[in-house]
Design a protein around this ligand. Sequence first.
Ligand SMILES: Cc1ncc(COP(=O)(O)O)c(C=O)c1O
Length: 447
Amino acid sequence: MTISESAAVRAADTGHLWHPWSPIRGGERLLPVEGHGCRVRDDQGHTYLDLRAGTLNATVGYGHPRVVEALREQAARLMTWDLAEVTTVPAAILAERIASLLPAALTRTLFCNSGSEATEAAVKIARMWHRLAGRTERTVILSYADGYHGTTTAGIAATASPFRREGSGPLPDGYAHLTTPRCAECAAGARHANCRVPGGEEWEEHILAIGPEVIAAILVEPVLSVGGVIVPQPGRLGELRGLCDRYGILLIVDEVATGFGRTGRMFAFEHDLEAPVGPDILTTAKGLTGGYAPLAAVTVRSDIYSAFAQDPLLGGLRHGHTTGGHATACAAALAVLDVLEEDKLVPAAAERGAQLLARLGVLSEYRDRERGVREVRGLGLMIGVEMSSVELATQVSQAAQVRGVLVRSFGPVLTVAPPLILTEEEAEFGAGVLIEAVRAVSAGVQS
Ligand SMILES: Cc1ncc(COP(=O)(O)O)c(C=O)c1O
């Protein structure tokens, strides 16, 4: 990109683009113009190792020839068709392919465009399903207090964070929050010996206090993403599965961030639930197309799907989007799934994640010296480095960027979630730069 082209783009940006989730400010922004593998190049010609995979979605990296060709081929052949009454080749084949990756009961997929829309649809499906069976009082959705489920009405209502909700009310009724499975003292930065992590018993008390007969679904992420890479202890999802079974509640697992390999299993729920056990409803998005096109999926148990034949107004689901299941996006997803399987990227994510976690573990020494690192934690290639403040996290991500590595900070947590194709050498380099960035910031030197 020439200097004048870059200047024109920057003027257009500062003059007209409204950046989501960003303070309104002037000044330079990163302007990536092309990518290859795990690296992106900006308009100034600087190359960065992308340890954030865009926004956790570029799982097979940038410029993957196979995915690009699938996009090109489908766009030329038939770029889109709304799936109400009609079907398309890539949408039907992708729905079948998703079912083949899941426990046998999860057979039916509704496509949407974004993770937030998937939340919206999953909540609606859960409530409508109970209603169709005459359980009209079952409307409440329970989710973790630190979870994140998107920005549309259902997503924001299911997300408790005041930062994300403030000002968008009145929010709908019918949402409540379970204590996040994380030790509250650790979350507050205290160093102590006996962690107490909320779980089954406490959750059951909460369910009983609300009244199980009004609860439609429990909606959780198996590993919390935007809420700060919180990895619940093994068994927590199993406890929720048990509570749902005991009280006739649906379990919705939100794998928008974790689905399709990120945690070292195809789906993160597999760490806790062994087939044939699974969620009743699964939402996925980011990794589904590896960031090549917007697409999300809501996959449900076959009997949940079948019940909608009884809908008195349609005999089906009264919900959908013009571009939900967009043919070109589905073609990209099929190519991404081929790449994931053929290149064995799911076990690779487990291996590379273990390498990164071990290497970044040296940052724990900064915890002892009170230099700002609170905890390093993760599962597969979903790793969080929690700093003691949002400012420190921002400074570290800036210091890393100056040194050629991109990470995303969500609040005080630096999120290391690279493409699953990251090589051993890239992991070594990226971890080294991050460690150096943390050291530099703790020592008061940022660049
Ligand atoms: C777990 C989870 N659910 C839902 C969403 C919302 O997805 P989208 O940004 O595609 O609307 C996100 C986005 O980060 C997410 O991480």
